[in-house]
Design a protein around this ligand. Structure first.
Ligand code: S3P
Length: 166
């Protein structure tokens, strides 16, 4: 059984779109950590934030990160914050980590109006600050970095070629 391909990157960088295409190319199952959270709690991400703030969300997210070691042959899209916490990185096993690097303006324009709790109270400047800080963390933990400013299928193909013989 093969290792998982775990995708990390900023919100709206294209993890889900690229991930689904990559899963099809590899004939792997596509998983999303936010969906795993929704499934295990029966609540939306917004409801969790409303109930216990970011602290509660990050604790649930950490429990979800621990489950990844038991998966095989999956492409896993992670929430934008997950791989920026060392305690999550420490429990990720059995996975090749790929950072999807998409320009800030592209992410920002896609994010506007999506109502993500982590974004709602932030100015563009604050988002930029968060983007810059997170880039370093994503790069540090990743086996590969791919750019995703063009067609998602091209990015998926690029990752496929990087991981297919590993
Ligand atoms: C978050 C990103 C979201 C979700 C939550 C927090 C973040 O996932 O996990 O709202 O801190 O960047 P996406 O990256 O899929 O938007």
């Amino acid at each position: 059984m093969g290792k998982n391909i775990l995708l990390c990157g900023f919100m709206s960088c294209g993890k889900t779109t690229v991930g689904k295409k990559l899963a099809a190319l590899l004939d792997y199952k596509f998983m999303d950590t936010d969906d795993m959270i929704i499934e295990s709690t029966g609540k939306s991400i917004k409801e969790i934030f409303n109930e216990g703030g970011e602290v509660l969300f990050r604790d649930i997210e950490h429990e979800t990160a621990k489950k990844i070691q038991y998966l095989n042959d999956c492409v896993i899209s992670t929430g934008g914050g997950l791989m920026t916490y060392q305690r999550n990185v420490d429990v990720i096993k059995n996975s090749i980590i790929v950072y999807i690097n998409t320009d800030f303006e592209v992410c920002y324009n896609r994010l506007k109006g999506t109502g993500r709790p982590i974004v709602s109270s932030k100015t563009k400047q604050e988002m930029w600050q968060m983007y810059i800080e997170r880039i370093e963390k994503y790069k540090k933990v990743s086996d590969f970095v791919v750019e995703n400013n063009g067609k998602p299928i091209e990015t998926a193909n690029e990752i496929f070629n990087l991981v297919k013989d590993l």
